[in-house]
Design a protein around this ligand. Structure first.
Ligand SMILES: CC(C)(COP(=O)(O)OP(=O)(O)OC[C@H]1O[C@@H](n2cnc3c(N)ncnc32)[C@H](O)[C@@H]1OP(=O)(O)O)[C@@H](O)C(=O)NCCC(=O)NCCS
Length: 147
């Protein structure tokens, strides 16, 4: 899971810094991602390019919780099959609709989801705990029928 953390950290900052509370951004250190990832093995699926981890998803029930691609490979077609696999996993778990939270200011991710058939289902203040503090990030709830 070290390779996952090494992607999660720079990709998270690219999509979130400036769009979430500054304290949350400060708490999202590389070390923090390395601490988080081992507990997430069961939820995680990775994509590989030339034998190296290029991106990953984490799916929990009907929530596509994480979709992250190595910034060097943005726009390279890695993300779409990962998102399709996440949708497949939600459907296989018996749900008719998948959902995810995307930070309101994360325009690239929003465009990516919309071009793959996801729709904006409205405001969703998303609560996270990091470094012992609670933060609320301004998010949109995106949904897609998966079966
Ligand atoms: C979100 C992510 C997985 C998408 O993968 P990707 O390879 O970048 O996706 P694509 O290039 O296929 O699609 C992105 C789209 O946004 C467009 N885009 C790029 N920058 C943009 C911007 N600032 N505003 C609006 N659209 C933008 C691209 O042109 C592309 O649209 P197009 O295909 O119509 O030209 C990837 O960018 C990523 O890992 N981002 C950082 C982490 C993140 O934010 N994850 C999502 C958390 S909810």
């Amino acid at each position: 899971m070290a390779a996952v953390a090494d992607i999660w950290h720079p990709a998270w900052h690219l999509g979130h810094a400036g769009h979430v509370p500054d304290g949350l951004t400060a708490a999202r250190t590389l070390e923090a991602f390395h601490e988080r990832t081992p507990a997430r093995v069961a939820d995680t699926t990775v994509a590989e390019v030339d034998g190296r981890v290029a991106g990953f998803i984490m799916v929990v029930g009907d929530e596509v919780e994480q979709v992250f691609v190595d910034p060097a490979l943005h726009g390279a077609g890695v993300a779409a099959p990962l998102l399709a696999e996440a949708e497949r996993q939600v459907a296989a778990a018996g749900y008719a609709e998948a959902w995810l939270a995307v930070v309101t200011g994360n325009a690239r991710a929003r465009r990516f989801y919309e071009k793959h058939g996801w729709r904006d289902g409205g405001d969703l203040p998303y609560e996270v705990t990091a470094g012992g503090e609670r933060y609320v990030s301004p998010c949109r709830r995106y949904v897609k029928r998966v079966r």
